[in-house]
Design a protein. Structure first.
Length: 189
């Protein structure tokens, strides 16, 4: 019995180490894209013992958006979102609210927005078609799905894997936070 417990602790430790390594790679990607967005990440919070770097396998919600190879349906979701203009009316309204009275065309990279359930970055990609690049705010796309975070990164977006209910970010460091098309995926507990 003790042998099984030791193996479990070792496996959990390896998982934590692997998750921490992947997270550090994501942070480095964000730093290269936007040092300003990188400065919002709370390294102290990440180093805390209760930081959920490994996502429990018990919840099927996590796997829904992973790749088909990982038992999810991420490719299907991404193909449905391939054209970010599909939801353009709603996306424009979401960003108008996030701009807090500012004209979208007058924003700048200094204006920071967190897209908490950002998937593969559909909102950021859509906004980039609506406004000039000089007005594009700095958007950090975050998601629970490793597959979706990797997809957002492949689009050249700043993206971080983190649970919506335990953000790895400093308090009060964004001008706006968006929780748009996915609040129903946040566990109630």
């Amino acid at each position: 019995m003790m042998h099984n417990h030791t193996e479990q602790v070792i496996k959990e430790s390896d998982l934590q180490s692997s998750s921490r390594h992947k997270l550090l790679e994501q942070i480095e990607h964000i730093r290269r894209l936007s040092p300003d967005l990188c400065s919002t990440i709370d390294l102290t919070r990440i180093m805390e013992n209760d930081c959920p770097l490994s996502i429990p396998a018990a919840t099927s919600r996590v796997f829904d958006f992973e790749s088909v190879a990982q038992g999810g349906r991420g490719e299907l979701y991404r193909s449905a979102q391939q054209n970010p203009l599909v939801r353009i009316v709603g996306i424009r309204q979401v960003f108008t609210l996030a701009a807090q009275g500012h004209d979208l065309a007058n924003l700048s990279p200094k204006y920071k927005i967190l897209d908490v359930l950002g998937g593969d970055g559909t909102l950021a990609r859509a906004l980039s078609t609506l406004i000039p690049s000089s007005s594009m705010p700095s958007i950090l796309t975050s998601d629970l799905s490793e597959y979706m975070v990797a997809a957002a990164q492949s689009y050249g977006l700043a993206s971080l894997r983190q649970p919506a209910q335990y953000l790895l970010l400093k308090d009060a460091c964004f001008d706006a936070v968006i929780i748009a098309y996915g609040a129903h995926h946040i566990p109630l507990d």
